[in-house]
Design a protein around this ligand. Structure first.
Ligand code: ADP
Ligand code: MG
Length: 270
């Protein structure tokens, strides 16, 4: 049996078990291709209810999920299914109504605002649909905003090289295409070497070919830095390039599987 924290070259579409559950049943060293990876996130009974006056919106209705080191997870679901709510809580931007989230050994749901700030600053890179670059700064300068305050950061030029934009490092956002601007935003998110990269509809504003260049950049980061990566999309095709696809429906996990054949980014078409 494979759990979500088993990295296997011959991934099959099994329903993943929890990483902990798997480790507790792991008796003999696995032959060849399987290696248990540590859990990055452990989410239990996660519930979020927004109250809008007399109306209550149940955004998450008891989500259980484990995400493992280095995984590339695509979080799929229709608009309003709870994807952003879940991602924001994983990133320490919001707190649940009930349930818990552990990031390694830290219970984020019991963390103080200061601890959450440190967690976001050190451990999380965010990429959103809109790039939020500063128009009066070059690509390098936009990335340097982060690297200047992070002791373990790479140089801005190095981050831009990872997203294939070294040659455009002196360009201003207005001189770059949408996809290039998003890649600057990715460079900015990962320059501090975060353990996790959380992307909320990173290709939502882009056409196919530009979206592909952005997904390539995210995959390169995942593979070269082993950054655990979660990408939200409502586009099921993007799930074909993932290690694992988690589908939300109406605030609950509906599916959780590993694509039988993992496609390269170039093979995607939507
Ligand atoms: P998705 O990202 O899958 O489109 P969201 O997580 O943004 O879904 O939203 C899930 C549900 O929670 C939706 O019904 C949405 O309207 C509601 N919701 C999200 N954020 C808020 C908020 N700040 N206040 C009230 N309702 C919210
Ligand atoms: Mg959303």
């Amino acid at each position: 049996m494979e759990g979500p924290c088993q990295i296997s070259a011959s991934a099959t579409s099994v329903a993943p078990e929890g990483c902990r559950q798997h480790r507790s049943t792991y008796i003999e060293p696995a032959p060849a291709l399987t290696t248990p990876a540590p859990t990055v996130f452990r989410v239990q009974g996660l519930t979020k209810v927004y109250s809008m006056g007399e109306v209550f919106v149940h955004a998450l209705r008891g989500v259980d999920l484990e995400i493992c080191t280095g995984e590339f997870v695509v979080l799929l679901g229709h608009s309003g299914s709870g994807k952003s709510t879940l991602l924001n809580m994983l990133g320490g931007l919001d707190q649940p109504t009930a349930g818990s989230i552990h990031f390694r050994d830290q219970d984020l749901t019991r963390a103080s605002p200061q601890e959450l700030t440190l967690y976001r600053r050190r451990s999380v890179g965010f990429v959103f649909q809109f790039y939020n670059l500063i128009p009066s700064l070059t690509a390098t300068e936009n990335v340097a905003l982060v690297t200047d305050i992070s002791p373990a950061a790479m140089r801005p030029e190095e981050a831009l090289r990872l997203v294939q934009l070294y040659d455009r490092r002196n360009s201003f956002p207005s001189q770059l295409s949408g996809g290039q601007q998003q890649r600057v935003a990715i460079a900015r998110a990962i320059a501090k070497r975060p353990e996790v990269l959380l992307c909320d509809e990173p290709t939502g504003a882009l056409d196919v070919s530009t979206g592909i260049s952005v997904l390539e950049a995210i995959l390169t980061i995942n593979q070269s830095l082993q950054t655990t990566t979660i990408v939200i999309t409502h586009n099921a095709t993007i799930g074909e390039m993932a290690d694992r696809v988690v589908t939300l429906r109406d605030g609950r996990i509906n599916e959780d599987y590993r694509p039988r054949v993992r496609k390269s980014v170039q093979e995607l078409n939507w």
